[in-house]
Design a protein around this ligand. Structure first.
Ligand code: DP6
Length: 382
């Protein structure tokens, strides 16, 4: 490899949540999950890689800081799996499998906002390494998921189904694209970044505690997720928004119910998250139809789905109810949006500054290579 390879990878938001592993070591999920991949334009992880016989050790920089590779078992495992794949593809004695690797990675969105960044980060790392070593795509999801489970979904664009059961082999899972990002171009995603400072239990630890202690989790895995997954896939194929929205909200609520049923409980939502939930139900009731849906991961920020034709009127009500501290930086992302709707309903405004900002984005593609690098030829960050 005589040059730096750089790629970007998207964030994905699950509408059927992955929560629980049946195999911790291999990161095999207990249940299917389904996600929407967001456009890289607004949010992405970016990773540069160079490897060669002249480097003495693996080195990784993340968001401007050097990381301890030795202290990070998931990172080590990903490097090992990539080296195993190089041997499988190019021969066991292949010199490239022994090369040390330099990695520099950063997100173009604030990590401090507490938005899931490990999925984009690991998807980007594995995709960039695979490109650098000319490895084929089919093996990448199983490597990426061992960095972070949800990362395997960020290797595809559009609507992505991570299947827990696999016909071919017990020690794997599969990732399939249900529909591309162009299938439902009207779909808009808002990220409501909530003001919150509390550190939360990580997803990895939280889901482990849920598997060990929650009775409800078993019911969800066996009874609810299989039905819901089939229904939401149909709703996506039919572009049936209200069905898609109801399943999304029910699954988010059930996931957080399981977090509460975990002992000791993991509490990811805060009072602002609950205000958002009830505002969205009030809004849907006021318009007489389900026009907007929310989902929450292991944190208080809301991911909101709606169709373009409802964006302007929903945003004007949202900003009326959740007024900002500073107007100029409140709306971010897709720059062409204009809010010209009048306030139609009589919702009471809450105190200013409950939300830090609102990111407006849409669906997008999987990872891709780009030409602006984070590392120089000597493997040193710029
Ligand atoms: C709530 O993928 O972060 O976001 O596999 O342990 O790294 P690990 O967990 P992670 O879990 C994501 C959980 C979730 C739901 C989801 O994205 O499906």
């Amino acid at each position: 490899m005589d040059h730096v390879v750089t790629c970007i990878a998207p964030v994905n938001i699950a509408v059927i949540k992955y929560w629980g592993k049946k195999n911790e070591e291999l990161v095999l999920p207990l249940n299917d999950s389904l996600s929407l991949t967001l456009d890289c334009e607004q949010m992405h992880a970016k990773t540069s890689v160079i490897a060669g016989p002249f480097f003495e050790n693996d080195m990784v920089w993340l968001n401007g800081e050097i990381m301890s590779v030795d202290g990070n078992t998931r990172l080590q495992k990903c490097f090992q799996l990539v080296r195993d794949l190089i041997k499988k593809k190019k021969g066991v004695n292949c010199a490239e499998a022994k090369w040390k690797i330099r990695v520099c990675s950063e997100n173009n969105f604030p990590t401090a906002a507490g938005l899931a960044s490990s999925a984009a980060g690991y998807a980007c790392l594995i995709y960039t390494l695979a490109t650098a070593f000319q490895l084929t795509d089919e093996d990448l999801p199983s490597i990426a998921r061992q960095g972070s489970g949800s990362a395997c979904r960020s290797l595809n664009g559009g609507f992505v189904h991570w299947r827990a059961d696999v016909d071919k082999c017990e020690s794997d899972s599969t990732v399939v694209q249900i529909a591309s990002d162009t299938h439902w171009p009207e779909m808009i995603v808002l990220i409501l970044v909530v003001n919150d400072s509390k550190k939360k239990t990580s997803s990895t630890i939280g889901m482990k505690q849920s598997v060990n202690t929650s009775e409800l989790l078993k019911y969800r895995v066996n009874e609810c997720v299989p039905k819901r997954t089939a229904q939401i896939i149909q709703a996506i194929k039919d572009k049936h928004f209200s069905k898609f929205a109801e399943i999304t909200m029910r699954d988010s609520n059930q996931f957080h119910a399981i977090c509460l049923d975990t002992y000791p409980p993991c509490i990811y939502l805060n009072h602002i998250s609950h205000e958002i939930i009830s505002f969205i139900h009030d809004y849907n009731e006021a318009v007489g139809q389900i026009k907007v849906a929310y989902t929450f991961d292991a944190g208080p920020n809301a991911f909101v789905f709606l169709e373009k034709e409802n964006l302007s009127s929903f945003l004007s009500e949202l900003i009326h109810v959740f007024p900002p501290n500073h107007f100029d930086t409140y709306l971010r992302g897709i720059s062409s949006i204009q809010i010209n709707s009048r306030i139609m309903f009589n919702f009471t405004p809450k105190e200013k500054g409950l939300l830090k900002y609102i990111m407006v984005t849409k669906l997008g593609n999987g990872p891709k290579c780009i030409n602006s690098h984070l590392l120089n030829q000597d493997g040193i960050p710029y």
